[in-house]
Design a protein around this ligand. Sequence first.
Ligand code: GLU
Length: 304
Amino acid sequence: MPRPAPPAPRRGRFAPSPTGPLHAGSLVAALGSWLMARRAGGEWRVRIEDLDPPREAPGAAQAQLAALHRLGLVPDGPVLRQSARGALYAAALARLLDAGHAFVCHCSRADLAVHGGLHRACVPGARRPDPAVRLRVPPGCAIAFDDGVHGRVRQDVHAEVGDFVLRRADGLWAYQLAVVVDDAGQGITDVVRGADLLDSTPRQILLQRLLGLPTPAYVHLPLRLDEAGRKLSKSLGAAPVEDDPVAALDAAWRFLGQAPLAPRPPGPSAWLVAALAAFAPARIPRGAPGRLAATHNAPDPEGA
Ligand code: GLU
């Protein structure tokens, strides 16, 4: 009797945008994705999402990687950088264009304003030198999936999102296309990230289906917000986490709804071993269990 094939190895990832230092909010996603991957006996990868040079802070990617190392969160395998993967995004886009799923769009932001910013049909006769490319989302196109924390999530992508951008008018790749190409390219089976991306997931599943790529399991973690209710990376509260690694890990751990580790392990390596043994994913809350006081740091540019 031939033996059944062993199940595919599980693989998680952390995919920061290099817009600033690793802060308490991104550490929640880093730690949560590491714990989920390791608990399943899987690998943990890191991908630098440097698709948008104007939003990048010089040196931020290196600083984020160094911070992860100091926290004991060491990636398995090479760190991928999206800035080096344009040819793969171009190939995926070409397939979508060839199949008629994507189209060149000359509409301006002002053209879409009358439709609440959503695109469902091109304005006749619109012409611009730098058109975008969008995915066609037909009426009735709804996507549902089971999130590990939020349960069943459903979105009518046509009604709520419309035809979305794959390559921007400025020539930059859209996050939605790049993330789908890269999650598949890296063999990611488990996507664990902040709940701000919950409403991007149906778009990503739609793209996976059109490109014939597998759909990973999704877990969306609560978002650490500052006192004004802003995501930390967009606020004044995005202080780097490096000063006291164990305290930073402890804070992220509590934010994930986990019971305090006692006795508190002295260094990050011992801390991670103890945390992995004690980790209870069912305790992860849907929403933020508490708010973090804003401290300091420069704000991101508008619209980041
Ligand atoms: N690069 C995104 C961010 O830093 C995360 C993307 C993802 O995890 O899919 O918010």
